[in-house]
Design a protein around this ligand. Structure first.
Ligand SMILES: Cc1cc2nc3c(=O)[nH]c(=O)nc-3n(C[C@H](O)[C@H](O)[C@H](O)COP(=O)(O)O)c2cc1C
Ligand code: SF4
Length: 435
């Protein structure tokens, strides 16, 4: 199996990002032209047969989401592109937004045409200030060239894209909190149902998809769903942009066909290239802070949605944080918990209080004062947070911890016995000396 394919990242670094003429030279807007000759149902059928799963993290089938929205009879409908990219270790939307924004715009325009929407919104992470300018230029140039705005390509269809920005809250990446933020109200998640396909932006039926999801739409329209599926695995067509960071020798964004192995992603010389200084792999963290940690004995698993899910892992946002054996898993998990303490919006107790309590318990482990009861409490609290938190943030805050409790329990037990396998935490003796 080829280990790199460029279905959606091929233009990056090869064209002027905001230049419509450059984009046209590499086949840009051929998909939109073709889309105008198709019915909305035909386009959605291709997205369904492509088995495109949402690339923002939750992996919801894009075709089903589009079909649900099509079935809602209402005007207007809104198209929203989630470019909040708040998940730590994730920087692949940044690549597309900064180096091939017209592909994202074309994908959003095809979606707009499918739902006869007149307005699309893109919610760009606040920190991506320079990218916002590039994106705005791309929108302006597309309007000037007749690919956006009134009567696009003489089709009679008119559509505009508005750029909105966040102010740095991770929870605003959650689709309903994001819509609140666009509306100018506090960015907290909404109760669902009603689903966004019924009551979305400004209470209108709305489609929310990730940047990478939209970037795949022109490819699917042009090559057809069946062919797109052939690039990926049985349950999920196409490719995935993975973001390699941490102790990987070759950190960066790589486009891989879904189904390549985790080992290839981390060790192939064209991809991760192994670990820096040839150190041993201790674990890897998939899909950002909300995702699970994987371990060396899982490396032969295909990087595909179902295959990973079967062993308790997930693709998530596409982040792959590689950690060598100098890292203490419990210290690492403390860092994860600090992130969630900072990002919890405070609306519900299990998440607001739970993350702080988790941090206190983990600190007892790293200080050498934890007991067996602390281990039991960690497990219980983690379950409570997953089941009782209001939104995905609190529900997923303990995913990394759960995976480590399952696969790296000896590391916790070693700390109970006063030993840190990585040699970075206080031992019981040191904790005793402190008293
Ligand atoms: C706390 C939280 C943060 C999220 N952050 C993002 C984000 O930054 N970008 C994103 O595309 N999806 C994010 N999501 C997922 C969105 O809620 C939603 O599933 C996604 O935008 C749908 O697009 P997709 O189906 O194309 O993946 C987040 C979800 C949660 C619970
Ligand atoms: S789980 Fe609760 S406190 Fe945490 S971000 Fe969601 S709504 Fe806010």
């Amino acid at each position: 199996m080829t280990k790199t394919v460029q279905l959606i990242s091929g233009n990056c670094g090869r064209i002027m990002p905001d230049s419509v003429s450059d984009y046209l030279k590499v086949g840009g807007y051929e998909a939109l032209r073709k889309a105008f000759s198709m019915t909305p149902e035909q386009i959605i059928d291709e997205v369904i047969s492509a088995k495109l799963l949402g690339r923002g993290g939750a992996a919801y089938p894009a075709g089903s989401k589009w079909k649900q929205l099509l079935d809602v009879e209402h005007f207007p409908k809104y198209i929203v592109c989630n470019a909040d990219e708040g998940e730590p270790g994730t920087f692949k939307d940044k690549l597309l937004l900064s180096q091939d924004p017209l592909r994202v715009i074309e994908g959003m325009t095809i979606a707009g045409y499918v739902f006869n929407s007149q307005d699309g919104y893109i919610y760009i992470r606040g920190e991506y200030r320079e990218i916002q300018k590039v994106f705005q230029n791309a929108v302006d140039n597309a309007i000037k060239a007749g690919f956006l705005g009134d009567n696009i390509m003489g089709s009679g269809y008119s559509y505009t894209i508005h750029i909105m920005t966040g102010a740095g809250a991770y929870v605003c990446g959650e689709n309903s909190a994001l819509l609140n933020s666009i509306e100018g109200i506090v960015g907290r998640p909404r109760i669902k149902p009603p689903h966004l396909a019924e009551v979305g932006l400004y209470k209108m039926p709305t489609l929310v998809n990730n940047v990478e999801t939209f970037a795949n739409i022109p490819v699917i329209v042009l090559m057809g769903g069946e062919k797109f599926l052939g690039y990926g695995a049985e349950d999920c067509g196409g490719t995935k942009l993975v973001c390699l960071s941490g102790h990987a020798a070759r950190r960066g964004v790589y486009e891989v066909p879904l189904g390549v192995s985790l080992r290839d992603i981390i060790y192939d010389p064209e991809l991760g290239g192994g670990l820096k200084n040839n150190k041993a792999l201790k674990f890897f963290h998939l899909g950002g802070q909300s995702g699970p940690c994987g371990f060396p004995d899982q490396l032969n698993t295909p990087y595909a949605y179902k295959a990973l899910r079967t062993i308790g892992l997930s693709v998530g946002s596409g982040a792959v944080v590689v950690m060598d054996d100098s890292v203490c898993i419990i210290e690492y998990l403390k860092g994860v918990t600090e992130f969630f303490i900072h990002e919890s919006c405070g609306k519900c107790t299990p998440c607001r209080e739970g993350n702080s309590r988790l941090h206190e318990i983990l600190t007892r482990f790293t200080e050498g004062s934890a007991t067996e009861q602390d281990l039991a409490l960690l497990k219980r609290l983690s379950k409570t947070m997953t089941t009782a938190s209001f939104c995905g943030l609190g529900q997923a805050a303990t995913t990394a911890l759960e995976s480590c409790l399952k696969h790296a329990l000896p590391e916790f037990e070693a700390h109970l016995a006063g030993q840190c396998p990585a040699g970075v935490c206080f031992t019981k003796e040191k904790a005793g000396e402190k008293k």
